[in-house]
Design a protein. Structure first.
Length: 57
């Protein structure tokens, strides 16, 4: 599922013109790829909050 969603996320973040200070995700489909994409697009100034999946130990 992540592979299908990632291209959509890329299109969304590329089209966003303004800066992003904080990104809060639900953790369902978000993870390292989303974090990497946001850091690449907006730099280290973006605060990224992605909780672990509910299956995490």
């Amino acid at each position: 599922m992540m592979l299908a969603i990632r291209p959509l996320c890329q299109v969304f973040w590329i089209r966003l013109d303004g800066p992003v200070a904080k990104f809060i995700a639900d953790g369902a489909y978000d993870g390292a790829p989303t974090r990497d994409l946001l850091e690449t697009r907006f730099g280290e100034i973006v605060e990224i909050i992605i909780p672990p999946p509910k299956t995490a130990v």
